[in-house]
Design a binder for this molecule. Structure first.
Ligand SMILES: Cc1cc2nc3c(=O)[nH]c(=O)nc-3n(C[C@H](O)[C@H](O)[C@H](O)COP(=O)(O)OP(=O)(O)OC[C@H]3O[C@@H](n4cnc5c(N)ncnc54)[C@H](O)[C@@H]3O)c2cc1C
Length: 311
């Protein structure tokens, strides 16, 4: 792919997760010239899910990575172009949108923001220093490194519990540390976790520090009920304490909500004509692969309508 193009795309999609790939499929099938720009792994967050059991059409489940790759193959088949680069800004110029990336500038008549979300940091001492040295945000990626070792998972939502269960395949013990006294995860996942002999729970407990010099040795913990402090010896810590939308580069362009999500209308239009948003980046109630893919279809139809009105 060349560093810059002199053509104007009908649509540029930023982000190659389920929302962007589904939008890409619909745009390409509508015969719109479409470029999807992805800074990391095609497939987005779902690539980190070992097994996706709630995406319709796969009664035995499907690996998240394979689901993302299949979505990409399907969209490419109809002509979706893909660029590996990070978008760092968007400028508006005479009705067109100039997309600034780490691989040059690209121009589009319409833009679909589908940059999704990234994991929150816990924000405790030791976290940054020991990243990749026992601190991880992806059990699917790093779990096999902790064979027969004791690891902690921080969090109590779907991702924490799902990834905790996955880690029991490698680790000798998985300790789920949660600041509340009950999980937020789906009931089915809770049942599996409670039935798993390798999983233990530390309730009402927060991490104050991740301990270790060159690799993780343990956690410094505090009970939110009694205030008592303790130390837990672990070799790895997997952090699942929520996500934040990938909208840093949009702050000067669009109004965002307090958490940084992009507000949208019914057709997923933003406050700027010709700029749309789909998936986890958007202000909405459900953040799942299926809802992101659904958003992708809606947003592509809106973009197609918008382009038709411009002609
Ligand atoms: C561990 C884990 C397990 C999960 N399991 C399930 C499950 O079983 N079922 C389910 O339905 N959902 C699951 N989810 C949630 C699901 O993955 C997300 O809701 C879904 O992927 C959101 O899709 P999206 O396209 O909106 O965003 P994302 O998947 O976040 O994709 C956005 C993409 O945009 C890219 N991007 C961001 N900013 C830029 C930029 N500036 N330039 C270029 N590219 C950019 C990112 O690299 C990313 O690839 C899971 C999530 C995680 C983390």
């Amino acid at each position: 792919m060349s560093k810059a193009v002199d053509r104007t795309y009908d649509v540029i999609i930023i982000g190659g997760g389920p929302a962007g790939l589904s939008a890409g499929l619909y745009c390409a099938r509508a015969r719109l010239s479409t470029l999807l720009i992805e800074k990391g792994v095609i497939g987005g967050q779902i690539s980190n899910a070992e097994l996706v059991e709630n995406y319709p059409g796969f009664p035995d489940g499907i690996s998240g990575y394979e689901l993302g790759q299949a979505m990409h193959r399907q969209a490419k088949k109809y002509g979706l172009e893909t660029l590996s680069a990070e978008v760092v800004g968007i400028e508006l110029a005479q009705g067109k949108k100039v997309i600034k990336t780490t691989e040059g500038e690209y121009v589009a008549k319409a833009v679909i923001l589908a940059g999704g979300a990234e994991p929150n940091r816990l924000g405790v001492p030791g976290e940054e220093k020991l990243l990749g040295k026992g601190v991880s945000y992806c059990a699917t990626c790093d779990g096999p490194l902790f064979k027969d070792q004791v690891v902690a998972v921080i969090g109590g939502g779907d991702s924490a519990v799902e990834e905790g269960i996955l880690l029991t395949r490698f680790a000798s013990k998985v300790i789920i540390v949660h600041r509340r006294h009950q999980l937020r995860a789906a009931k089915l996942l809770q049942e599996r976790a409670f039935a798993n002999q390798k999983i233990e729970f530390l309730w009402d407990t927060v991490v104050e520090e991740i301990l270790g010099d060159v690799k993780v040795k343990g956690l410094s913990l505090r009970s939110v009920k009694t205030g008592d402090r303790s130390t837990l010896e672990v070799s790895g810590v997997f952090i699942y304490v929520g996500l934040h939308p990938s909208t840093d580069y949009l702050k000067d362009l669009l109004s965002l909500d307090a958490e940084g999500h992009v507000p949208t209308g019914e057709g997923m239009e933003t406050e700027i004509a010709g700029i749309f948003a789909a998936g986890d980046i958007r202000k909405k109630a459900a953040r799942q692969a299926i809802t992101a893919a659904g958003d992708g279809a809606t947003v592509a139809l809106s973009a197609e309508r918008f382009l038709g009105e411009q002609e």
